[in-house]
Design a protein around this ligand. Structure first.
Ligand code: PLP
Length: 386
């Protein structure tokens, strides 16, 4: 099968003249991001599939050398297995259905399972036996992450120690995992969590096969965040300071996927400072609202209204409304766009690779199923630090 590749986003707009949202994938950017993480992180890199499960994205990351995947459901495991028979999946959801465990073991031979409670440990060993690695997910303090996960998952110090001893006693291999929360701007959150992990490992006194430091590495959406190397430096230093001599794993999602995709939406109506567009809070742009993120935007002129020069003038602030018929489908965050923008013009939302196409709904009949690939590092519209 010959893959269609476009040379630029302007070419996508020209050739498709899309009145529906288009999800744009930049495989070269995804490969660059994955390579930088694989080279910089002092351990094994698992891509967190939930962040963006699109096949084009997964193939680009695989092409860069990603062979390990953090999966949270049977469909995610199945997808990775079908695409990449030589890849390794880790079943890293702390709450798993019995049926999913059965198939994970029987069909896919999964060997790594996360738990954060004794009932889940009982369930896992009952369903898949003890020839596995039990990763105990530990709680991390509430930090500065945009999405704090500490209130949902994670065992306390004492519970984690008990779980590690118990799993070891049953004959399982044991490991420790944490997640500091997504879009975490503070490298020291990793140090704090690694210190907690070291104390738990010491108190449990069992062999720890690896320490999984999770995801959470941020990308910039307007506000500056520390570069990824700052996170790697803190992790390396903490590993020395707390004598964590077991191998490390990381589970980045956003840091690998975000900058390598855009959403191309079209303006369907303008009313003064309000633009009604064809993607919104129930679509691929959901995270703009959930995380109050402000991705970079640029306008692409519809050819019917003359050339791109029409949009070259000064910018003003617009309110953006999504396509569904309810009053919640408008963005709290406002965007600066050319004064001359109007019906038919497109808006490219950059850095939309994370929690976008995987989170959209089909509410009200609006659903994006057009995914196209664009070659190159997309230098006409600068993303992040590329
Ligand atoms: C969501 C998730 C990730 C990925 O998080 P990012 O913030 O996208 O890096 C990694 N591990 C687990 C367990 C997760 O739930």
């Amino acid at each position: 099968m010959k893959e269609v590749r476009f040379r630029s986003v302007a070419e996508v707009a020209q050739r498709l003249n899309p009145s529906y949202p288009v999800f744009l994938v930049f495989p070269d950017i995804l490969r660059a991001r994955a390579k930088a993480f694989l080279e910089g992180f002092p351990g094994t890199v698992l891509y967190a599939v939930k962040c963006n499960p699109d096949g084009h994205v997964l193939r680009a990351l695989y092409a860069a050398g990603v062979r390990h995947f953090d999966t949270a459901s049977l469909p995610e495991i199945a997808k990775i297995n079908e695409l990449f028979p030589d890849a390794h999946c880790y079943f890293n959801h702390p709450v798993k259905a019995r049926g999913a465990l059965e198939s994970a073991d029987d069909v896919y031979g999964i060997e790594h399972y996360v738990v954060d409670h004794i009932s889940e440990l009982n369930k896992v060993t009952e369903m898949v036996g003890t020839a596995i690695t039990v990763e105990v997910r530990i709680a991390t303090p509430k930090g500065h992450a945009v999405y704090d996960l500490s209130s949902k998952f994670g065992a306390s110090h004492d519970d984690a120690v008990a779980l590690l001893k118990d799993a070891h006693g049953r004959g399982c291999r044991t490991a420790i995992a944490f997640h500091v929360g997504s879009q975490c701007p503070d490298p020291l959150a990793f140090r704090v969590a690694m210190e907690a992990a070291a104390k738990i490992a010491g108190a449990a006194g069992v062999p720890v096969e690896y320490l999984d430091v999770g995801g959470g590495y941020p990308v910039t959406y307007g506000e500056a965040v520390p570069p990824i190397e700052a996170f790697f430096d803190v992790i390396r230093q903490a590993r020395r300071d707390f004598a964590l001599d077991m191998p490390l794993l990381a589970e980045p999602g956003r840091a690998l996927a975000a900058e390598g995709c855009s959403v191309l939406a079209q303006v369907q109506l303008r009313k003064g400072d309000s633009l009604y567009i064809n993607d919104g809070v129930y679509g691929c742009l959901a995270e703009i609202q959930l995380g109050e993120l402000k991705p970079p935007v640029r306008a692409i002129a519809h050819p019917a209204g003359g050339g791109q020069e029409r949009l070259a003038g000064p910018k003003k602030t617009f309110r953006l409304f999504g396509p569904t018929c309810d009053s919640l489908d408008l963005f709290k965050v406002h965007f600066e766009l050319p004064e001359g923008i109007g019906e038919g013009d497109w808006i490219e939302f950059g850095s939309m690779g994370a929690y976008s196409i995987g989170m959209q709904t089909a509410f009200n009949g609006f659903y994006t199923d057009t995914v196209v690939q664009v070659d190159g590092l997309h230098d006409e519209f600068k993303f992040g630090r590329l």
